[in-house]
Ligand binder design. Structure first.
Ligand SMILES: [Zn+2]
Length: 167
């Protein structure tokens, strides 16, 4: 991990691309994982907490009530795929690939090649212990949104430095 990833005073920038907050309201690269909260495709009141670990690609997905995701059996479910796509919009594909330690097979990383690269490694399914802390951070994030009556970009989602050229 480089100094700027440890630093709590990283520079503020806008997301690489605008994100669809409704589908994936919370995404972060933290605790050695890509993790976040993904809305259920069918039930507007239900959300999933999904994660993929850097390096091993160990994945987990469960509802906020800790029910296992029916789609995450043996391979990435649609929530995890959506999470990867949103992470690429938020952080840029290179940063996501670097954080997860994925070597996309054909040059330029993208959400598709990152997903394919990890799937090809036949990642193991992990437990959902991380779901509760991720979900509580999401709730704090929501509280923050409700306290902020503005459509301006959210500083808390932008505490990430610009993508740096790979040495
Ligand atoms: Zn899922």
């Amino acid at each position: 991990m480089s100094d700027w990833e440890r630093s709590s005073t990283a520079r503020v920038i806008a997301p690489a691309r605008p994100r669809k907050l409704a589908k994936v309201p919370f995404v972060e690269l933290a605790d050695g994982r890509l993790q976040g909260v993904v809305s259920s495709g069918s039930d507007i009141g239900r959300v999933y907490v999904s994660s993929v670990a850097a390096g091993t690609y160990t994945f987990a997905c469960s509802t906020n009530n800790n029910r296992p995701c029916g789609g995450a059996r043996g391979s990435f479910c649609n929530h995890i795929r959506a999470l990867i796509s949103e992470a690429v919009l938020q952080y840029g594909a290179e940063r996501v690939a670097r954080y997860l330690r994925v070597e996309p097979s054909d040059g330029e990383p993208s959400a598709q090649t990152i997903t394919d690269g990890m799937s090809a490694a036949r990642p193991p399914q992990g437990d959902t212990k991380a779901a509760a802390p991720v979900f509580s951070r999401f709730l704090r994030h929501l509280a923050y949104l409700e306290l902020t009556p503005t459509t301006a970009p959210l500083p808390e989602m932008q505490w990430f430095p610009p993508t740096r050229a790979v040495a």
